[in-house]
Design a protein around this ligand. Sequence first.
Ligand code: NZQ
Ligand code: ZN
Length: 438
Amino acid sequence: MWLCHIPAYAFQEKMVPLPLPPDSGCATIFIWFSVLERGNFRTMHAFEFYQPTAIVFGPGTEAQAGPKAAQLGARRVLVVYGGQSAKASGLLSRVLSSLDGAGLAHETFGGIHPNPRLFQAREGVQKALDFGADLILAVGGGSVIDASKAIALGAANPEADLWDFWQRKRPVEQILPIGVVLTISASGSETSDTAVLTHDETLVKRGLGSDLLRPKFAILDPELTYTLPPYQVSCGVVDIMMHTLDRYFTSVTGNLLTDEIAEGLLRTVITCGARAHKNSHDEQAMSELMWAGSLSHNDLTGLGAPKDFAPHQLGHELSARFDFAHGATLSAVWGSWAAYCWKTNPARFAQYGVKVWGLDPAGKTQEELAQEAIAATVDYFRSLGMPTCFTELGCGVQTEAELEELARRCTFYGQRTIGAFRVLGYEDILEIYRLANH
Ligand code: NZQ
Ligand code: ZN
């Protein structure tokens, strides 16, 4: 391999053509080399990858809910669901039949609100305890799954104040097993280690992370997502993209395989997202999105590098304050975040433009490619009907005092910075909100 003969320090941050045999008939492939300012490759950081969730994928697989729960030794299942979609589609009764078929006792707990609140999780804990549940089965999207994770945690720790876990006052040490029947491709909570809850009084929206929060099984039947309205499909597409983008834009950029996985996932989601937005019955598009959603947030697409997740933190404050759909808050801030941060590493944005958006690098600087990549992303969000600023989001132009309060809350009132690609403090966060405030 010719690469072996070229010392790493010889490269600068640049595109390097990979020679192919003259008769291969292929266009030259470009490989992007990212190197440290000192001239060394940035390389993969140490990591541990733990993905214990059994995936059951395909049409009709909700019939597996009972057998999968029984395999885990469950006898009494609390089934958690949302507003009305799972009932209206008949899914809930099919899932209950599956539990009956496996000989499992069950109780239901419905009405989980999008951006789930602490009080509902507390009610669910009480219901789980009263019923003596030994497994929590979420039938829904991220909001239902996260509420189910909270219920599973609270029911396994009845003496604890549930919010203490989210405030990092108590470690997560025991939890009831969680199963999922997914109805919207978006949050990735069906495989993630996270549960996001909003406190009813303070409106603090906060994620809790622990491998114990990863579901034991996730049933992914793409046909269950056919009833989604286009807006929710698009919110999901944005969220799936953002779970990978918030890992891709990081301080370590020498992870070749991780990058390829991330870029492939993004290309797939971009193509299928456009089709799904037009037609939620597009079997291939809905299937690819469902699988991509589960892979995008199980850590695979960011292995070997710290996560950034600044756009997520910026978005969470908007959901907490105005109760907007999660995906919409992300598209509303991403362009502003990118405009503020891209100069930290233009080459990374340029790589994103070439590998994900297919930009032609010929004759262009990294700076030009970076800006084109940002524009392509924002245009794509718009094409999905997703907001790209505050007025499109629906809250209108905010006062400077409102922006300051959002920024203060985002720093947990001065207790943290956010981001890893570029570390952002209060002034940076405020500036990004200002950029989105039109
Ligand atoms: O409540 P129902 O009637 O079911 O309606 C829901 C809800 O209104 C509807 N819906 C879901 N499946 C449907 C359907 N409508 C028709 N047909 C179907 N098949 O969609 C609406 C949104 O549902 P929701 O569960 O809120 O969506 P999503 O999956 O986007 O979850 C959002 C929540 O997940 C959190 C977000 O912050 C937000 O609270 N996240 C959780 C993460 C995690 N645990 O790892 C990571 C994410 O970054 C995110 O923060
Ligand atoms: Zn998200």
